[in-house]
Design a protein around this ligand. Structure first.
Ligand SMILES: Nc1nc2c(ncn2[C@@H]2O[C@H](COP(=O)(O)OP(=O)(O)O)[C@@H](O)[C@H]2O)c(=O)[nH]1
Ligand SMILES: [Mg+2]
Length: 310
């Protein structure tokens, strides 16, 4: 059955795509799908809540469609669902996006994903990837380890900073500045935007300088309200991917992402096994815990026993 769904999804069937996403969210990704994923360009869009991520992603999706790209969006931000409204200042309206089969938008709740949020989110992205979408954007807040892990699983990370959200640049405080391949100052129609651009550039100039031949993350300003700068942001996202490909860094990054993804799944599984079994008194894990508590076993010895015998 899942194999039928996979071939239907690969043929572009939206219901099959949605069904496979639901399975992925439940911690039951269709394994047959994975071998067909790995072709899309995945871009993470992150920043603090309210920084304008959803609005930017929507505008970028419209822009990418105009360029003929098939676009997938996975939004892990239940506070701003992708429904209704127009992309102000843009010729493409939301209604056009929602009836366009070259765009697939999925919102995911950030809580309740079985088997861990980041595993589920990446399995959902795989569905769009296998279904042949060219550019897949993941919107995720840049607060919390799970969310940051998801952003870092993208080939290109775009960090959004909004002007006028208190002093300084929020991305600096939340520690996500260094994962950016592209910086976007959103809401450039606001008078404080220029200040945010210069603060951000200053903060970046204080950090480590990219080595020769390395990618230098650009700082771009965009206004979804005025429709300005959106094309430039998309250009930068695509240029970053082109740079990854031409510099052979793509394989390096893909391997690093795969390693982190595997580690996360192993961690989730170990944690689940420990949790599940601790519920039952007297079982092997509970006994190991008791023996560690009584100082009969060092935690290293108990861990070795757990990993080999459980
Ligand atoms: N002035 C202005 N407001 C914007 C712009 N983009 C988004 N906003 C507003 O900022 C708020 C948060 O936007 P949203 O995209 O939901 O942010 P998210 O929480 O990061 O996804 C909303 O009230 C938007 O209308 C923009 O380009 N200019
Ligand atoms: Mg949002």
């Amino acid at each position: 059955m899942p194999n039928d769904l996979v071939s239907q999804a690969m043929a572009g069937n939206a219901r099959a795509i949605a069904r496979l996403m639901t399975l992925a969210e439940r911690g039951q990704p269709a394994r047959a799908l994975y071998g067909h994923a790995g072709r899309a360009h995945i871009a993470g869009v992150t920043g603090v809540p309210g920084s304008g991520k959803s609005t930017l992603v929507r505008a970028l999706a419209g822009q990418a469609r105009q360029r003929g790209l098939r676009v997938g969006v996975v939004a892990i931000d239940p506070s701003s669902p992708f429904s209704g409204g127009a992309i102000l200042g843009d010729r493409i309206r939301m209604a056009d996006l929602s009836t366009d089969d070259g765009v697939f938008i999925r919102s995911m709740a950030s809580r309740g994903a079985m088997g861990g949020l980041s595993a589920a989110a990446l399995d959902v992205v795989d569905v769009l990837d296998a279904a042949g979408f060219d550019l897949i954007m993941i919107e995720t807040v840049g607060v919390g380890q799970d969310e940051i892990d998801i952003a870092r699983a993208a080939h290109t990370v775009c960090v959004v900073s909004a002007p006028g959200m208190g002093d300084g640049v929020q991305a600096i405080k939340s520690g996500i500045l260094e994962i950016a391949d592209v910086h976007v100052v959103s809401k450039a129609d606001k008078p404080e935007a220029q200040r945010t651009v210069s603060d951000l550039k200053e903060a970046l100039s204080l950090g480590e300088h990219p080595a020769a031949g390395a990618w230098t993350p650009p700082v771009l300003a965009s206004s979804a309200d005025q429709g300005s700068g959106i094309g430039e942001v998309l250009d930068a996202i695509l240029a970053h991917y082109a740079w990854l490909q031409s510099s052979a860094q793509l394989a390096v990054r893909v391997r690093a992402i795969a390693g982190r993804r595997l580690l996360k799944v192993v961690e989730d599984q170990v944690r689940n096994r420990l949790d599940l079994q601790q519920a039952r008194a007297g079982d092997h894990v509970a006994q190991l815990v008791d023996r560690v508590a009584r100082h009969e076993l060092h935690p290293l010895q108990a861990a070795a026993e757990f990993l080999t015998n459980d």
